[in-house]
Design a protein around this ligand. Structure first.
Ligand code: 5CA
Length: 445
């Protein structure tokens, strides 16, 4: 992309309505614009990152064997009356009437609708296990929408639903989700810690939230500091392997890590004092096993191998896709702006022309731009006739992790400069080696 053609309305001033750094930076970097309280338009740069995050979620869900589908945002109230949640959801549910005066609503989650699909089409254990998911807009009329996309009213969420014959199978689905979520967040450059939590409006007593530590997080968390060192890495996982998934769950959840809703002072006191931590975290996902709560209410039954009918066991699993942008920025920024992890960056590399209009510099920039593009990378070439300082500041603000700087002086010696946004370190390289280095950085993404 050439900067001169891109729609990137960066703000010079700090917007006064933003209380936390991620909200401020998303507004300044021209990623989002508030449409009304807790509802945002996604401008091209923000939309690009949203898509990157969404793609990682899709890839990891499908790697775990879960099937993508899509359900409507506007639903009839009838199913929600059947489950009892039409009243239980209270003022958070946005209620709408259609022209026939029928009660409709904007989906805050989709347990009811998916259970209805299931009961219509599945009747036998032979069709199990089954796990489907969607990435779809949700609406919750939060009493205090704030912090930009972090606590929106309209937000983008991955919601997945598993259907299993019995509790043991459903717990395997739970474990499988925990494992796939660990991979998902790591690919985004995030440390998200699974913590025992409360199940709230979803129900059930088996639930973990995934928390990214940040001072601006809305949840208070208590944990054994040894959880920080646990990483999933590039280990091979067979998602059908019950013992393997259960082993990973044990490894990642047997140290003390809880949100304030389930915190237990006595258990916490058993953690060696030097490892006890009290901090704040951003909830970027949650997994639930709630057994037959919805299948009983909606009469979703399956026939077992013994011919008997029983309500199907279920769980649901959510990732806050739009919230993740805020969480990633909270965890990756400095006083100059955002620092995107390579896995989610909107552009792979910035190209800065120090002397736009200089024949040699323009040609060198074009050559780098074209070879990167041909190799499948997306560079952002700042081809504006602007001061170099302004170009650097903008590239730093919008957080592109690598930058190649090209000017007539370096070109005389056959070199350009490759700079890491995160460390600030620069290397002088030939244009070809600079491109090769950037290619190799992204080779495994
Ligand atoms: N049905 C279940 C699992 S799909 C469910 O809705 N779970 S949830 O309520 O925990 O939401 C899933 C994730 O959506 C949360 O972990 C959080 O990351 C995100 N989320 C929830 N509310 C908001 C909101 N108001 N703004 C942005 N993200 C939100």
């Amino acid at each position: 992309m050439r900067f001169s053609r891109y729609f990137l309305p960066v703000l010079k001033e700090n917007p006064s309505e933003a209380q936390i750094v991620s909200h401020r930076l998303m507004l300044r970097a021209g990623m989002i614009k508030q449409a009304s309280a807790g509802i945002y338009s996604w401008l091209p740069l923000g939309f690009k990152v949203l898509r990157k995050i969404e793609n990682i979620v899709h890839e990891e869900q499908q790697r775990a064997g879960h099937m993508p589908m899509l359900m409507p945002t506007i639903q009839s109230a009838d199913l929600w009356r059947e489950s009892g949640r039409y009243d239980a959801f209270g003022a958070e549910m946005l209620r709408i009437k259609d022209r026939h005066d029928r009660d409709m609503l904007f989906t805050p989650t989709a347990e009811e609708l998916i259970t209805d699909i299931f009961r219509t089409h599945v009747g036998s254990y032979k069709d199990l296990p089954l796990t489907v998911y969607q990435i779809q807009w949700k609406f919750r009329d939060e009493i205090r929408p704030r912090f930009g996309v972090m606590r929106g009213r309209e937000f983008y969420m991955k919601d997945g639903y598993n259907f299993d014959l019995n509790k043991a199978d459903a717990l395997h689905a739970y474990n499988r989700h925990l494992v796939s979520y660990l991979r998902t967040y790591e690919r985004m450059g995030l440390k998200a810690i699974p913590m025992r939590a409360d199940s709230g409006a979803m129900g059930g007593d088996n639930t973990h939230e995934f928390l990214v530590l940040a001072e601006t997080g809305e949840s208070e968390v208590f944990y054994d500091n040894s959880v920080i060192a646990l990483t999933f890495g590039d280990r091979e996982i067979d998602y059908d392997n019950v013992e393997q998934c259960a082993g990973v769950l044990d490894e990642f959840t047997n140290l003390y890590a809880r949100t304030d809703e389930t915190h237990d002072e006595a258990l916490f006191a058993a953690v060696p004092e030097e490892r006890r931590r009290v901090a704040r975290g951003i909830e970027v996902g949650q997994i639930f096993y709630f057994g037959t709560k919805y299948s009983e209410a909606l009469n979703a039954v399956v026939q077992g191998p013994d011919g008997k009918l029983s309500p199907v066991h279920m769980g649901s699993h959510g990732i806050g896709v739009s919230r993740l942008l805020g969480a990633i920025i909270e965890a990756n920024h400095d006083d100059k702006g955002i620092i995107w992890p390579e896995g989610v960056t909107p552009f792979h590399c910035g190209i800065i022309n120090l002397k736009q209009g200089d024949e040699e510099a323009d040609a060198a920039c074009d050559a780098i731009y074209n070879s990167m593009t041909a190799l499948g990378l997306e560079p952002l070439y700042d081809d504006r006739k602007e001061r170099a300082g302004g170009k650097f500041a903008t590239m730093d603000l919008i957080g592109i992790p690598w930058r190649i700087t090209i000017g007539p002086r370096g070109l005389k010696n056959g070199i350009v400069e490759l700079t890491s946004r995160r460390t600030g370190e620069s290397e002088e390289l030939s244009p070809e080696s600079a491109v090769q280095k950037v290619i190799s950085i992204y080779a495994n993404m």
